[in-house]
Design a protein around this ligand. Sequence first.
Ligand code: IPD
Ligand code: CA
Ligand code: CA
Ligand code: CA
Length: 263
Amino acid sequence: MELHAMDLYIKSLIKEAGHRIRNSFISDITIETKSDANDLVTNIDKEIEQFFIERIRRDYPGHRIFGEEGFGDDIQHLEGVVWMLDPIDGTMNFVHQKRNFAISLGVYEKGTGQLGYIYDVVNDDLYYAVRGEGAYYNDEKLKPLIDTSIAESIVAINASWLAPNRYLDHEAAIRLVQTVRGTRSYGSAALELAFLASGRIDAYVSMRLSPWDIAGGAVIAGEVGAVMTNFKGEAANLLKQDTFIAANPSIHNIMLSDYIRLK
Ligand code: IPD
Ligand code: CA
Ligand code: CA
Ligand code: CA
């Protein structure tokens, strides 16, 4: 794969998609629900996914596409080149706030992330990485993550997991929020990974994420040294939904051993 040519191609594709999303703000959007009343999808999520897929199929016909809204391929294995796309990550924010959402895209070859992009559409901020060449926030090269401690960390976590639940040791999670310097909840897994990569937060934990939520961000955050696993400490799954923790390497182990524990 010629990564630098692809990188330029993808950046221009993402900017064009962003332009389309910003234009949608002046027209009426159609909102539907998916698995439950709070799981939203709009015609724009679907149109943007279709826009990417049409272009990728035209320009990279041998590649496969794994997209959230289901217009891509049925992906059961990671042989060859797979593009993992979330056309709008943070749809609830898109609908309610018209900000705090992103386009997320990762390109994987035989299961290894080669290119990663997270585009904060409203702020026109692009986070990206080419494997082995470091990660960037617009024109700025991101620095490797520096060591920290739990007590000095800002951790992104969804408040709903602090309520008693079947899966997570919520008392340990409560201890975490009592110990860290601060908590945040941005509502877009992709942006949360971008913020981890740029050192604005130190960890991000989620009970359930899909491959397209993390694919782009994993390449970017990996380039600055972030560690990403499921709650059992296993490599993040790129074929199905799973628990997910991404953290500064100096706190990843202790987060899992002492605070984020499955029941
Ligand atoms: C969602 C967002 C959200 C996370 C959910 C995801 P979507 O993606 O990333 O922050 O908590 O688990 O499904 O549906 O807005 O693309
Ligand atoms: Ca969704
Ligand atoms: Ca998503
Ligand atoms: Ca989405």
